[in-house]
Design a protein around this ligand. Structure first.
Ligand SMILES: [Ca+2]
Ligand SMILES: [Ca+2]
Length: 237
């Protein structure tokens, strides 16, 4: 015997459930990290490629070059293209110099900076990552790092979630100070610099409306199951 459908319930429940689940899933996904600024260097310049930010350097201009990049840490389907390539320079003049990227984190928390890097044997082998809360004074974060000689599959990741002053900060800035180059053409490549965070607009729990829809949908499902049982039992007899 087939079950006679209750059209009022079956038409209403899927709509409520689908709406609630879609909103819930969308809210959950929106809480993931969002990219604020990305430099992929594929157009061989220091201008930001996605989002907003400003990258500057006090290297000798002749030693700021571009060379083959990587897809490691690439976002938005970006190809490997080019990477920033920084040389030691004549007399290793660029030891102690830096690249600095200023990125407003207004509207974001849990800031994370990541990038792919590699260095030649006479390139910069002691590089210090720093952050700034005011764009002027920079603070060391983590010990200096030594790049591998190839980009590899894993980027360097600096999770700055504990630095609450970087949250929602229009003056946030980040810096890599390069040291240890031992020849003029010794060099380090940097590619796919990503500054990301949790959007303040989406890190909140689901809005009351979506919670209401979810509860309504679940309640309707339970009501349907409760009503089905007597009907099924009745039709078996
Ligand atoms: Ca690239
Ligand atoms: Ca660019």
């Amino acid at each position: 015997m087939f079950l006679r459908p209750n059209f009022r319930l079956t038409r209403r429940i899927p709509f409520n459930l689908i709406c609630a689940v879609l909103i819930f899933v969308a809210t959950s996904q929106a809480a993931n990290a969002d990219e604020i600024a990305i430099w992929n260097f594929n157009d061989s310049d220091l201008n930001v490629d996605h989002g907003s930010g400003t990258l500057t350097s006090n290297f000798n201009v002749a030693n700021v070059l571009f060379a083959a990049g990587t897809t490691t840490n690439a976002r938005l389907g970006n190809p490997a293209g080019q990477a920033l390539s920084l040389q030691g320079g004549t007399g290793n003049a660029n030891n102690g110099r830096n690249i600095t990227f200023a990125v407003s984190t207004a509207g974001f928390t849990n800031i994370v900076v990541s990038f792919a890097t590699q260095g030649t044997s006479t390139g910069f082998n002691s590089n210090q990552f720093q952050y700034s809360l005011d764009g002027v004074s920079f603070v060391d974060f983590n010990p200096p790092f030594t790049p591998a000689t190839a980009f590899g599959a894993v980027p360097l990741v600096f999770s700055l979630a504990a630095i609450v002053g970087l949250n929602n900060n229009p003056n946030a800035a980040f810096r890599i100070v390069f040291n240890g180059a031992t020849s003029s053409t010794g060099n380090n490549r940097i590619d796919n610099i990503v500054v990301e965070g949790t959007s303040a607009a989406t890190e909140t729990i689901p809005e009351p409306t979506s919670v209401f829809l979810l509860l309504t949908g679940l309640g309707s499902l339970l009501e349907l199951k409760r009503r089905k049982w007597p009907t099924q039992k009745a039709q078996k007899h």
